[in-house]
Design a protein around this ligand. Structure first.
Ligand SMILES: C[S@@+](CC[C@H](N)C(=O)[O-])C[C@H]1O[C@@H](n2cnc3c(N)ncnc32)[C@H](O)[C@@H]1O
Length: 321
């Protein structure tokens, strides 16, 4: 007995402790606490974006008070252009097709969505809904390319090729180089280009970390227009920016996607704004525009794009005149 007692006591203590901990784990207090912790982890990025959006709204303006003729013209006639281009219809028809496509593909994700690059199955319709830029932003990129008529366009992050299609259709004489790491996604993008009859696109498959610099090194001409929509993290964004910065001209335009998507992206955007080669930046919340025009003071504008406030103001001005 003297030998068995401590053993028995230990087992009894463990059994009671285990039962008590199970009862506590199932208790409403613990369940509510766990739900709050899990909920706040999932809610944190959304909360960041909401706060970021309100900060943007406080700082933002519209065409009134824009003293730079270049920025005024760009904002009034290109960014806020509301007319229709025939090319929009074909790209949107392809988007509608993809949005109803239940086909599953094996996705390899290198971006901020995954830390491992591990594969997982995703439906084309879900990728079209979540990864592709919405029509308004795709069409804004179309108008920017149409305005600046770049000869060499680079897109980091092709996905299903919908934004690439807008970049390509805006200037059929341009050479569009688009980079995608996931082979199955790249395959669908190729189908997008073929179905739309877009012949000026070259898709470079592989991790941007390995493909961007060597591909840029083969270019004989500068990159006139670059759209950053690949890896939404601080370090890669700045690294790709520096690599492209080596291959641009004074007239190049860089567009960065999701500049307020996360703290990392806001820091990357801030670093690019402060970059010594950058002279003009426009923050449209969803995207940021970067210019390198010489002989002008460093300027930054925070401008509302497609915002309900400006639509109401415009309508009331039209009614009163
Ligand atoms: C947001 S999606 C691009 C959406 C596309 N620009 C559009 O608007 O339709 C980002 C894409 O970048 C790719 N990507 C992310 N990091 C990458 C990397 N390091 N190398 C290559 N591709 C990458 C992902 O596989 C994904 O398809």
């Amino acid at each position: 007995m003297p030998l068995a007692a401590p053993h028995y006591t230990g087992r009894l203590f463990f059994a009671r402790y285990y039962r008590a901990s199970r009862i506590f784990a199932a208790s409403p207090v613990c369940l509510i606490t766990r739900a709050c912790v899990a909920g706040s982890a999932a809610f944190a990025p959304l909360l960041f974006q909401i706060i970021s959006y309100f900060r943007f709204l406080v700082r933002s303006g519209n065409a009134h008070g824009l003293h730079s003729p270049f920025v005024f013209g760009l904002y009034a006639h290109v960014i806020n252009h509301t007319g229709h281009f025939a090319a929009y219809e074909a790209v949107e028809a392809r988007r509608r097709e993809l949005l109803t496509d239940p086909t599953r593909i094996q996705v390899r994700d290198f971006g901020a969505g995954s830390r491992t690059g591990a594969g997982r199955q995703r439906r084309l319709r879900d990728i079209a809904r979540t990864a592709a830029k919405p029509p308004k932003l795709g069409q804004l990129l179309f108008r920017l390319v149409n305005q600046f008529q770049p000869r060499t366009v680079v897109e980091l992050g092709t996905s299903l090729g919908l934004t690439t299609a807008y970049l390509s259709a805006a200037n059929s004489r341009a050479r569009v180089l688009t980079f995608e790491g996931c082979p199955a996604t790249a395959e669908v993008a190729r189908e997008t280009f073929q179905s739309l009859g877009l012949a000026n696109i070259r898709l470079v498959e592989g991790n941007l970390d390995d493909t961007l610099a060597p591909t840029l090194a083969t270019l004989a001409e500068p990159v006139d227009f670059a759209f950053f929509d690949g890896n939404h993290r601080y370090e890669p964004t700045l690294r790709y920016f520096e690599q492209l910065n080596q291959h641009r001209s004074e007239h190049s335009v860089f567009v960065l996607d999701d500049i307020h998507w996360s703290g990392e992206m806001e820091r990357a955007w801030e670093a690019i704004r402060q970059h010594p080669d950058v002279t003009l930046t426009l923050d449209l919340f969803y995207i940021g525009l970067v210019f390198f025009r010489r002989n002008q003071p460093k300027q930054h504008f925070t401008l509302r794009f497609d915002h309900v406030v400006d639509k109401v103001l415009e309508a009331s001005i039209r009614l009163s005149s």
